[in-house]
Design a protein around this ligand. Structure first.
Ligand code: DX5
Ligand code: ZN
Length: 218
């Protein structure tokens, strides 16, 4: 089952509750929550209070993507505001395994992300240690960028390992994904699709429906 996880980074922050209800009712699977610290990425989005406020508008699974330096510092805080999964960047953690363990200790699922320029070898040792691998398909920091084709091969490599060892690890992709190119990561083996501008730009209900139609071929 392929999942659609709209990124609320592209929502109208002044009407966030309403936008979350809309994607929920339109049939999205997860809610993707992008947290940026202005250090790990050159942008600041929002933090715990906004995540907590957003949580009140849906019961759907909260997929929290931490683009922050040393995320281990905030694991408890994000649990407290309702995260179901915390995804951290391999580049941002001094001790990746300790960070994964801290997330699991709080009863959350753990995800591990890698930037476009990060070799896939850096995440391979952790594929069987986390519930999800996130392959970034843009340089993180901003919505509305273009999909970087070179990242597709990393999805294929992770997918091959998941299949070879019969793992349950999900493969998420994030950045530049639209209805008309989503088949590229899906072909490569991705099964959680993040989309920000392609969900919130235009008619949300139609956009979700169009993504779901593409998913039926996989
Ligand atoms: C990028 C974020 C993404 C972003 C995706 O740093 O992690 O989740 O919101 O936006 P689109 O789908 O517009 O590329
Ligand atoms: Zn994201």
């Amino acid at each position: 089952m392929i999942k659609l996880a709209p990124s609320i980074l592209s929502a109208d922050f002044a009407n966030l509750g309403n936008d979350i209800k809309r994607i929920d009712q339109a049939g999205c699977d997860w809610i993707h929550v992008d947290i940026m610290d202005g250090m790990f990425v050159p942008n600041i989005s929002f933090g715990m209070p906004v995540t907590k406020a957003a949580r009140a508008y849906t019961k759907k699974y909260f997929d929290v993507h931490l683009m922050i330096q040393e995320p281990i510092r905030y694991v408890k805080e994000f649990k407290a505001v309702g995260a179901d999964m915390l995804t951290v960047h391999v580049e941002a953690c001094e001790d990746v395994q300790a960070t994964i363990d801290a997330i699991h200790a709080e009863g959350m699922d753990a995800g591990l992300a890698c930037n476009p320029e990060t070799p896939v070898e850096d995440i391979v040792p952790f594929i069987d240690k986390v519930e999800m691998i996130l392959i970034m398909t843009v340089h993180p920091g901003f919505g509305g960028q273009s999909y970087i084709d070179e990242c597709t091969e990393k999805i294929e490599i992770v997918n091959a390992i998941v299949n070879e060892y019969n793992l349950k690890t999900l493969i998420e992709v994030d950045g530049g994904i639209k209805v008309d190119n989503v088949c590229i990561p899906l072909d490569a083996g991705a099964n959680v699709i993040v989309a920000g501008s392609a969900v919130f730009g235009g008619n949300v209900e139609e956009n979700v429906k169009n993504f779901k139609e593409q998913f039926q071929n996989f």
